[in-house]
Every structure is written in C-alpha cells, then in structure tokens.
Design a protein around this ligand. Sequence first.
Ligand code: SF4
Ligand code: SF4
Length: 434
Amino acid sequence: MKVYSFLRGGIRYTDLTVPPRDSSTTAFLPGLSVIPLVQHIGSRANPVVAVGDRVSEGMLIGRGQGLGSANIHATVPGRVVRTVSWKMAEGITNDALVIRLEGGFDILGRRQEIFPWQGLSPFELQRIIAEYGIVEMEGSGRPVSDMFYALRSASDPVTLVARCIFDDPWLSADHVLLKERFAAVAEGARIAARAGRMGRIVFALSRGEKDMGSALMDSAAGAGVSVSLVYTGARYPQRNRRELELVLKRYAKNEGIELGTILALGPATLAAIHDAVKLKKPILDRYVAVGGSAIKEPRVMKVRIGTRIGEIFAECGGFIDKPKRIGSGSPLLGRTVVDLDEPVIKTSFAIFAFLSAQIGGYERSRCIGCGECRSVCPVGLDPETLYKFTGGSNARDGGPSRAAECHGCGCCEVVCPARLPLSTGIIRSALRGA
Ligand code: SF4
Ligand code: SF4
C-alpha cells in the first residue's frame, strides 16, 4: 500500500484529552433549542416563522439569502418562544430563534421513506441539496450548492475527493461517523459526483484506515463514475487544501490519471448530502467530539443542532475544575466560546474545555531562537521573523511580505516553547495586508 505525504514540515499532533474513537452516544433532546440564523459564511437566513408559531421537526424556519447563505430548519418540534442575539468572541452578532420542545416528532423514531435519486438530473439534485441547507460541515460552513455553482464553468474534468483524513485527533467525531455511517458517506459521494457532474471520485484516507478504505470502495462500486482510493500520511496538516492537493498531484502522476479541478468534501457533509437526497431530511444533528482536560467524561456524541454547549458539557459529567479555555472546533484553529448558552451548529465538529490555555495562551515568554517553528512550517516560512513584524511598526520594511503565504495551519504555534501566538499574529498581519 503506497502512502502519499506532503514533503516538508508538519507535526504529529496528539492530544490525550480527546474523546475515544470507538462509538458515539446520543445526547438528550434539548428542552430549549437555540437555532442561529447564521450557521454559514454568508449573510443570515431570513426567518420565515415568528415568536408564537408552532414548528415541526425539519421544517424550514430561515430562508438563505443568495450565495454564502443557507436554509435553516427546526431540529425539534415545538413553539418559537423568543428570539435572542449575542455577541460572539470575534465581535460578530448572531441572532437565533429559541424553540421550546413540544409535540410529536415527524422524523425521529419513524420509519424513514427512501427516495430513489438515480433518475434525477444534476440540476434537481443540486436543488434538493440547497433546499435542505447542506453546508460544508467540517470547515467553513460554505453551502455545498455554492460549491457546485462555482464548478459550472470548469473547463477541465472535476474530481470529487472524499476527504477522510484524520491528521488532527479532534476530528474523532468524523472518524466515528465514518465508521458508523460509511455506506451513507459512500452513497453521498456518488450523489455529490452526479450533482456536480464529476467524472471521478477519489476517497482520500489516512494510512491505517485500510478496512475503512475497502468498505468505502465496496459501497461505492457501480457508481457509474470512476472510483479510486488514495492513502495519505497522518501528519498534520495533511487535510489542508494545499497539502492535500500536493499529495493528489503526486498520486495522479504516479497513476497516470488526470484529476483536473478538485472538490473536497468531508464525511459529515457527504452523509448530510445522502440524508437530504435519499431521505429528504435536513441537517438535524451532527457528531460532536466533546473533550479537553476540564471535561470529566469525554465522548463523541450525536447532538441536535441548537443544543446549548453548557448542556452537552453537563451530560459529559461537567467540569473537573474551572476551565481556562472553552472553544469550538479543533483547539489548533477553533474559536473561543464565551457563553455556554451558545448552541451547537452545523459546523461544530468538536467542543472542548481546558484547564490551561494549551496552545499559545497567556503564559508567554521571549523567543529563545530554537528554530522549531521554522522546521514545522509546511510552506517553508520563518514564523519567528514574520511574527516579529506583526506589531505593525516595522511592517513598512517589507518583513511580513510572506505573511500572505501562511495558510494558518497553526503548527508553529503548537511547537513554540515560548508559547507565542505565532500563527494568530501572522494571519492577522496578512489580513491587514501588512
Ligand atoms: S507560518 Fe503559517 S503556514 Fe507556517 S506553520 Fe505557521 S501557521 Fe502554518
Ligand atoms: S518556536 Fe518560538 S521560541 Fe522557537 S524560534 Fe520560533 S518563535 Fe522563537
């Protein structure tokens, strides 16, 4: 079995506080669900229900407004009891509808009707995927229908890459989802390939996932498209777009195939595409890795979108002691959570609480010139020097000119013994155009 890896830098990222990858448990249904109208990168969805209205499970409650915005659905049956707004750590204000659980479920516990999709045109599949508000659940939250739309003018062939790479231990929810729902992921890939008029599917898996690779290939057989499998190294950030493309180029050259334009989607997104098209079901829940040194019983849970983060921590036994850092996503790149009433959204693949700041943090010291940050940078940058210029005063000297090349993987920040917020500072500098 040949394994393809990017050549330079990267880290072996381990964290003993992540939940085990064996199986998932289902979280309690929340009595009150907080459903934000922004769960994606674009503008907020327009609410189509008001306070006092009854909603059913899976009902449309917010309509997406153009590119970057996605439809939002009620994840439990009940009544809209109020609207709330709160400021997130990034200073963005989010609005949400609060639904009190009432009445019977239309989907949960019911026999699910199967809708055949093989006879549907790419246009019809894209419409269903948009209608059910499917977004990229492992990353930006970009609507998948926008991704298909962007491909319409591609002149070269398009390849769907099912990105099942676990270079970050905080992707354990995706790992469990893939184990428990591999058939849905494989069929989701076939549906996505048809919707996006893609002639080839490549399953990209971390080394060591041989059984999963065979299961995915068996499930995707007979897709009417070419299906292949590539194993990648497990070094972080193998899953990043740049490092993934490097590896795929080498793979394509070795195999003598042309991949053309690549659309990479993760297992949660592919399973959601399957559910939307085959079961006519919006994203009602997602797999979430709940862990960190402050959590008594870390675990992977299936959580309804809209469940408040504080409730999930409580279901995991609560805190061992007062956490110093609470966040959503991977601790490497994730965002800080300032309010435990903040809900799980479509992109919340992990939530964590730590007793210490872990990466970066407040107990900083001076750079000791160890060079560790340079040795791990996959782009070949000098994070130490770039960071020195992020203060702004020396920006005119041309020092930070390579800051724009940083893709924010965070490797430099993880290894820095002085705990300097290197990648955070470099990205800010790049955004300022310094
Ligand atoms: S400088 Fe940027 S690309 Fe290089 S290791 Fe740091 S965050 Fe990653
Ligand atoms: S890793 Fe930190 S301490 Fe070492 S050279 Fe880079 S900035 Fe300095």
